[in-house]
Design a protein around this ligand. Structure first.
Ligand code: GUN
Ligand code: FE
Length: 440
């Protein structure tokens, strides 16, 4: 494929770059192999060749190519609950609403119906890569993987592990530590097999739900499995005051220190929320090269606080954005970029270091930040990166300023699903919203 048009892409935290009128060439394996600007001598030759071969995709005036987003933290089985049940604190919410919902995913037909709806929705919102918590059920998680493979969603998927009888209900728990570890290993092997069979970009992830849900033996075993198979790890860390206090009471350690003690903080770890992380916790993240999934909508409901993105970034901790469905109600990373900016305004006070985030900062988290946490070459429009794109229409280009910085801010603040015209993962069309009579 050859895309012709203008694009935005971030190389640095501070500024998203605009590049006008280019040809972006994606090779057979889905990697960007050339970016040709209008002044390059062979622009017309390459364009004509692409036209002749019927592989030219022209981006209409007033629309732009953006990198696809990474959703760095999402609970797939909580999709039916997105926008509901936001009236209780975390631990009550889990027990009252969320564990009963997740328990239903034993039913594979139900899983299929929910997961098909979710993945279509994420692609339609410009999310090209997702890091998913599944449920405890190995088979339902494999259903999620199959659906991602079919629909073209790049996916990192974890079988949720929760075996601590003191913090999990009888009806929704791994039967024992032994079972939890065996099921995790079975899931890993079946995922690797599916990956081989389908050639799709799906990866298993070690997933202790959070420290309170797991026994010591299980946390230890999961650290071992991550090492044995060299896999990513995801969990929650310091999401709430309650969670932090729990770690102190049980281990006399901070939540991050507990994860580290069990080998669960590595350069492939992505920990959700981190609203309560202390300076020394951030240093530990930096030292272990672990990443944070910042979930600003969810944090307003369940963390009751704002994660210190700028402080973490200053310490070179990698950060991406997550929807945290259904702690967060929206499947849109745009909506989470907006909330990240808004929440950061509330963290700013006269005594505090600069906390405000700009539209460029939020876009960097949604693209480069998430992709680098997962060690994938995505999130930038640049040679050697995957052809993960969204074609987005600027609704107001005829009404307002057409300076590139203004267009960019408008895209960050105004884009909704209707304006996302097409989405590509590794050069393959995975969502098309142009309608029959709407060639745009
Ligand atoms: N901590 C443990 N489980 C969950 C969950 O499902 N959502 C959120 N937001 N926090 C959690
Ligand atoms: Fe979560």
């Amino acid at each position: 494929m050859v895309f012709e048009g203008s694009y935005f892409s971030s190389a640095t935290f501070d500024k998203a770059d605009f590049t006008p009128d280019s040809l972006i060439c994606v090779d057979q394996s889905g990697i960007i192999d050339r970016v040709i600007s209008a002044s390059d001598s062979d622009y017309q030759i390459v364009k004509q060749a692409a036209l002749d071969n019927d592989i030219l995709k022209q981006i209409p005036k007033g629309s732009y190519l953006l990198p696809g987003f990474t959703d760095l933290h999402i609970h797939a089985p909580q999709w039916p609950q997105a926008g509901l049940a936001l009236d209780k604190p975390l631990n009550e919410w889990l027990n009252t609403y969320t564990f009963p919902l997740e328990a239903k995913f034993k039913d594979l037909q139900y899983a299929k119906k929910v997961y098909q709806s979710l993945i279509k929705e994420l692609l339609a919102n410009g999310t090209t890569t997702g890091l998913f918590f599944g449920s405890v059920h190995t088979d339902a998680n494999l259903v999620l993987a199959q659906i991602c493979a079919q629909l073209g969603q790049r996916a990192f998927i974890g079988k949720v592990v929760m075996d601590n009888p003191e913090q999990t209900p009888d009806y929704y728990r791994d039967a024992s530590s032994k079972v939890a570890l065996e099921e995790t290993e079975t899931f890993i092997l079946k995922m690797l097999k599916l990956q081989g069979q389908t050639g799709s970009d799906i990866t298993p992830v070690i997933t202790p739900r959070f420290v309170p849900s797991c026994t010591d033996e299980t946390l230890q075993g999961l650290g071992g499995l991550a090492k044995k198979y060299d896999l990513p790890i995801q969990s929650h860390c310091s999401e709430s005051v309650w969670e932090d206090q729990y770690a102190i009471d049980r281990f006399n350690l901070r939540d991050a220190e507990v994860l580290n003690k069990f080998g669960l903080l590595t350069d492939k770890s992505i920990m959700a929320h981190g609203t309560q992380l202390s300076d020394s916790d951030l240093d530990l993240f930096e030292k272990t090269q672990s990443s944070i999934a910042h979930c600003p909508i969810s944090n307003a409901f369940f963390g009751n606080s704002v994660m210190r993105v700028n402080d973490a970034h200053q310490k070179n901790v990698k950060i991406g954005l997550g929807t945290d469905i259904s702690g967060g109600f929206s499947p849109s990373i745009y909506r989470n970029m907006q909330q990240a900016i808004m929440s950061s305004q509330m963290l700013q006070d006269s005594s505090h270091k600069p906390a405000r985030l700009s539209a460029s900062n939020a876009f960097y988290l949604a693209t480069v930040g998430g992709a680098s946490a997962l060690h994938i070459k995505s999130g930038q429009i640049k040679v050697g990166f995957k052809g993960d794109f969204q074609i987005v229409q600027d609704q107001y280009f005829e009404l307002s300023s057409n300076e590139s910085d203004d267009i960019f801010e408008r895209l960050v603040y105004h884009t909704n699903k209707e304006n996302i015209k097409q989405v590509y993962v590794a050069g393959k069309l995975v969502h098309d919203n142009r309608g029959e009579n709407n060639g745009k």
